[in-house]
Design a protein around this ligand. Structure first.
Ligand SMILES: [Zn+2]
Ligand SMILES: [Zn+2]
Length: 263
């Protein structure tokens, strides 16, 4: 057996290639399903949950798909770095639950989500600075009314910033492989559903004791309308702390619009 050379470029590129195929297919499957189910399906029963009446043109959807496919390769590269580092024993990814216990396993998921959310909130706010916005974040905000295809519609600079967080965290905070896979699924699904243009969660959940701290499509859709509010990813914590949260009045408005459309 030849000795494995850490971070060898050939190995990184090979793993990046494999992961690119997987991440692209995952994106096409999840975004394609939600786009069909919400925007194309005849007699969509969730029509009343649509967040605005803006009809995104085909040009915009092609823009979302194009940038998302480029972003998939960058995420794949980040994934390849994690796999490469793990194969060399450099990460804190573990396979045996008893290493840290069940309590830590359960706690590690919200810890990772909070740290990811913190990273996302602050880097997102920085990218809204006028000197960075055009270069890094304008691509994402071309979607004034996003569709599910916008889930990964980022300029490569923004994708790089977003893709950095997991490779950093796996060196710092222990995570079970199952919890890591669960987090990747949550990331993929929420990025598509929060850009779907439809509120998929029931009003009672969104306004409920847990749901009112959790970000769903209504919250993020408002960020695409009002660039100064609602920067966070999973939780409304940082938006509330920093005074950038906009939801209560907006949700009342949206709820009443749904009711009006249903009568
Ligand atoms: Zn967005
Ligand atoms: Zn933004």
């Amino acid at each position: 057996m030849p000795e494995y050379s850490p971070f060898s470029m050939a190995s990184l590129l090979f793993t990046t290639g494999l992961l690119s195929v997987f991440i692209t297919l995952r994106y096409l499957a999840i975004a394609g399903f939600f786009y069909w189910a919400l925007w194309k399906r005849p007699g969509n029963p969730l029509h009343a949950r649509r967040l605005t009446n803006i009809q995104p043109p085909g040009r915009l959807i092609r823009h979302e798909i194009r940038w998302s496919l480029i972003a998939s390769v960058i995420y794949a590269f980040a994934g390849a770095i994690i796999i490469d580092a793990w194969r060399n024993g450099h990460t804190l990814i573990y396979f045996d639950v008893s290493d840290y216990g069940v309590a830590y396993l359960l706690l590690s998921v919200p810890i990772y989500m909070f740290l990811h959310d913190t990273w996302f909130y602050w880097t997102h706010r920085i990218m809204h600075h006028r000197k960075l916005f055009r270069v890094m974040h304008k691509v994402h905000h071309e979607s004034r009314q996003p569709t599910p295809w916008a889930g990964f519609s980022f300029h490569p600079w923004e994708s790089l910033v977003g893709a950095l967080v997991l490779p950093l965290l796996v060196f710092l905070v222990p995570i079970h492989i199952g919890a890591l896979i669960f987090l990747l699924v949550v990331m993929s699904v929420t990025s598509v559903t929060n850009h779907s243009g439809f509120e998929l969660l029931p009003d009672s959940w969104v306004r409920g004791i847990i749901g009112r701290h959790w970000i769903s499509a209504t919250h993020h859709n408002l960020h695409h309308q009002n660039f100064r509010k609602n920067f966070a990813l999973y939780f409304r914590f940082w938006d509330r702390v920093m005074g950038t949260d906009e939801m209560e009045q907006a949700y009342d408005f949206l709820r009443h619009r749904h009711v009006r459309e249903n009568v």
